[in-house]
Design a protein around this ligand. Structure first.
Ligand SMILES: N[C@@H](CCC(=O)N[C@@H](CS)C(=O)NCC(=O)O)C(=O)O
Length: 250
C-alpha cells in the first residue's frame, strides 16, 4: 500500500492529501515527527535530486518516490487517468499555469511557516499539541522542550526568515492581492477546478485555518494572522466555498 508521510498541521501536506483524495486514491498515512523522524525521512526520500532536502509530504508508491506536494498531485492525476473518477487537477494545456499557482502557494506557506515557528517557540500549549501522540498525557507538559527543539531545527533546516511580520507584508500580502485579482467574481482560478485551487485554498491557512482543520486550538492560534485576515475575508469565504464543494469531509 502506498504511504504518505506528512505533518498534519502543514498546508503542504493538506495539498497532497486533497489531491489524492480528490481522485479517491487509497493510501496509508504516517505522521512525520520533525527531528526524531529525520533519519527515516532521509531514507524514504532516497534517491532525491542532489541539494534537495528530505521533506514532507512524501509519497512512497512502490518504487516511486514523490517528494513534493506538486509531484504527488501530478502522480494522483496520472494514477486516475483512464478511470475518470474525477476531473483532472492539471487540465491539459494549462499545466504551466497550475504550476505557477502552486509555486505561489509554496511561497505563501513559506511565509506562514516563519510566523508559525515563532509562535511555536512562544506557546506552551502549541508545543504540547505538537508533541508526537505516543507521548502519554501526564508526560506531555514535561516534554514541551522537544517541540521547541523541533521549531529551531525546522527554522535552520529551511532557513526560515526571522522577521515573520516582514514576510507577511512582503510575500503573503502581495500574493493574496494577486489571488484576489485573478479570481474576481469567479469560483475557480482557471476555467475549471484544478490543483491551482487546491494549492491556494490550502495555503489560505496562512490567514486563518479552516474550521475543520484537524489540529488543536493552540496550533490554530499560532497559524492565525487576524490582522492580515481582516483585509481578505472575501478570499476566506472563497476558500470555504471551495472546500464545501470539492473537499467533502475535509
Ligand atoms: N515544496 C515542498 C515543501 C516541503 C516542506 O517544506 N516541508 C516541511 C514542512 S514544515 C517539512 O517537511 N517539515 C518537516 C521536516 O523537515 O522535518 C512541498 O511542496 O512538498
Amino acid at each position: 500500500m502506498r504511504t504518505l508521510y506528512g505533518l498534519t498541521q502543514s498546508a503542504w501536506t493538506e495539498k497532497a492529501r486533497w489531491a489524492l483524495e480528490h481522485h479517491g486514491i487509497a493510501y496509508r498515512y504516517h505522521e512525520h515527527v520533525p527531528v526524531l523522524g529525520e533519519v527515516l525521512l532521509r531514507l524514504k526520500a532516497r534517491p532525491r535530486p542532489p541539494g534537495t532536502k528530505a521533506s514532507v509530504p512524501l509519497l512512497v508508491d512502490g518504487d516511486q518516490v514523490l517528494p513534493t506536494s506538486l509531484a504527488i498531485a501530478r502522480h494522483a492525476d496520472a494514477l486516475s487517468r483512464g478511470e475518470r473518477r474525477a476531473e483532472p487537477l492539471f487540465p491539459s494545456g494549462q499545466e504551466g499555469e497550475v504550476e505557477r499557482w502552486a509555486d505561489l502557494s509554496d511561497r505563501m506557506i513559506g511565509a506562514a511557516r516563519a510566523r508559525v515557528l515563532v509562535g511555536l517557540r512562544n506557546s506552551r500549549a502549541a508545543q504540547r499539541e505538537a508533541l508526537p501522540t505516543f507521548i502519554p498525557g501526564p508526560l506531555r507538559p514535561l516534554m514541551t522542550p522537544m517541540a521547541v527543539i523541533a521549531a529551531m531545527f525546522l527554522r535552520a533546516k529551511y532557513d526560515a526568515p526571522r522577521d515573520a511580520d516582514a514576510e507577511a507584508e512582503n510575500v503573503l500580502r502581495p500574493a493574496l492581492d494577486l489571488v484576489r485579482k485573478a479570481l474576481g467574481a469567479r469560483a475557480t482560478l482557471l476555467e475549471d477546478f484544478s490543483f491551482a485551487d487546491v494549492a491556494i485554498a490550502s495555503s489560505l491557512q496562512a490567514l486563518i485555518p479552516r474550521a475543520r482543520a484537524p489540529f488543536g486550538p493552540a496550533t490554530r492560534a499560532i497559524w492565525e494572522n487576524l490582522a492580515l485576515a481582516r483585509g481578505y475575508e472575501d478570499l476566506l469565504a472563497w476558500r470555504d466555498e471551495v472546500y464545501a464543494k470539492h473537499r467533502p469531509g475535509g
